[in-house]
Design a binder for this molecule. Structure first.
Ligand SMILES: Cc1ncc(COP(=O)(O)O)c(C=O)c1O
Length: 454
């Protein structure tokens, strides 16, 4: 849908001018990109990355705290912090210290270090699930959760909510097309991938109950609040109680993916909202951007995973989990320092205070300009919906989306020293941010709102 009350030609004119300005001021990034085409498709380490922006890819020199600097010398207050994987900020001292020390003493042994126990105990305390296993990413953690759920239930399918993102693995890459049919989101997936997945609208308990009663579903996987594709979508009152009751009634397992929502507090929304899942999965910011994924579960499921094999050991039926580098010493050292020394209760409280200031300021600009936009807010996270009311599900999100306008917002902010990497995600205040960073965001936001409506 196109946003009413704003001249489309003006949006295009402003966006073209801002893209051009961004490009012209960054000759070193342009030079590196030209060279990079020789060795990488699209001239970037992940070809998809090129499609994220309409301007040239920016090359980074360094990051410190809530800001990073590009190779042309521009510094940005970062409000996406690498899609929340750097919520703790860049180069936090305790993590630099712990990782440097671990690296110097050996970083990977295919044997555990004591840090693994400390990390597991801390995750168990935060998420109130006693048993933990490790991967190198949230995608892999979710993959393992689904496999274990299949074994535990003897069922095949996973139910997710329309508009979700749980990572780049086969079963998470299906979506509903305009006719409501399940289709692969991208190329390269097995032809039958859609046979293993069910998608229903978020906040629709009736659709959920019908699907659980009819289909062979091992596990429901969801974020406690949806944070991907359509900004921030909050559950209706009673949604999570209904979800838990419906899964219990049908013997279906329940997994919360806290990969993004862990920024709302220690133990993420699972702890904050007193949720009662069978699994929690996460990655990204737990280890300050050092590759790390984790999933936690109950004692009962943990017992089932107690495996041994070999000529002198008992042979249990092995579940397909694990990898050579999973749970390595470096990741564990990083996770320990991040959770115990950086992501403290005080740090979360600070981001929540600044998050309120950010959302209030964005709302004030929009109201002053008379724009019919809703500003969602929870903890450190704000956003923008191009409609007067919050969205409740992906269909609402699609109906109010305006990708071109969002791309203008992004580039307008970037040219004013504010970075919001992911199109449509909305800003998140990272731990080391200060009032100065939030003021920079609000100044840039206000100037754009005024320019669009004057
Ligand atoms: C909720 C959620 N789960 C899982 C993932 C996958 O994380 P990764 O790409 O680090 O595997 C993401 C990434 O954005 C996410 O937002």
């Amino acid at each position: 849908m196109l946003t009413p009350a704003i001249d489309r030609d003006l949006i295009k004119e402003l966006k073209d001018a801002e893209d051009e300005r961004f490009h012209a001021a960054r000759p070193r990034s342009a030079e590196l990109w030209t060279r990079a085409w020789e060795s990488m498709p699209n001239g970037v380490p992940m070809a998809w990355h090129r499609g994220s922006y309409h301007h040239l890819p920016m090359w980074v020199d360094s990051g410190s705290g809530a800001r990073f600097t590009d190779v042309d010398g521009f510094t940005y207050s970062d409000f996406n912090i690498a899609d929340m994987s750097m919520f703790c900020g860049y180069a936090p001292e305790p993590v630099v210290r712990a990782v440097s020390d671990r690296m110097a003493r050996g970083n990977q042994f295919l044997l555990p270090t004591e840090d693994a126990i400390v990390v597991s105990e801390e995750l168990a305390r935060r998420y109130r699930l006693p048993k933990w296993q490790y991967t190198l990413s949230a995608s892999q953690a979710n993959t393992e959760v689904i496999r274990v759920a299949r074994v535990m239930t003897g069922r095949d399918k996973v139910l997710m909510f329309d508009g979700k993102y749980h990572g780049h693995f086969d079963h998470a890459l299906v979506e509903l097309d305009e006719t409501g049919e399940l289709v692969p989101e991208e190329h390269g997936l097995p032809a039958d991938v859609t046979d293993h997945v069910v998608l229903v609208p978020f906040n629709d308990l009736e659709a959920l109950e019908t699907a659980l009663a009819r289909e062979n579903i091992a596990v429901v996987m969801t974020e406690p609040a949806m944070t991907n594709n359509y900004g921030l979508v909050l559950p209706d009152d009673g949604f999570h109680d209904g979800l838990r009751a419906a899964t219990r009634a049908t013997g279906t397992l329940l997994a919360y993916d806290e990969t993004h929502t862990q920024v709302f507090g220690p133990g993420g929304l699972t702890a904050q909202w007193n949720l009662d899942p069978d699994f929690v999965a996460a990655g990204k910011s737990i280890a300050a951007g050092v590759p790390f994924g984790a999933w936690g579960t109950t004692d009962e499921i943990g017992m089932f995973l107690t495996q041994m094999k070999g000529p002198d050991g008992e042979r249990f039926d092995m579940v397909a989990i694990g990898g050579t580098l999973f749970g390595n010493a470096l990741s564990m050292a990083a996770a320990r320092a991040t959770m115990l020394e950086v992501l403290t209760p005080q740090a979360y409280a600070h981001t929540q205070e600044l998050g309120t200031k950010l959302a209030d300021g964005m709302r004030a600009s929009v109201e002053k300009a008379g724009l019919p936009w809703y500003i969602p807010h929870l903890g450190p996270r704000a956003g923008y919906v191009f409609a007067p009311q919050p969205i409740r599900n992906a269909a609402d999100g699609r109906a109010t989306a305006d990708e071109f306008l969002v791309r203008l917002i992004r580039i307008w902010l970037a040219n004013r020293g504010v970075w919001e990497a992911i199109v449509g995600a909305g800003p998140v205040v990272p731990v080391p941010a200060t009032d100065k960073d939030v003021d920079a965001y609000l100044d840039a936001w206000d100037s754009l709102v005024e320019r669009l409506t004057s």
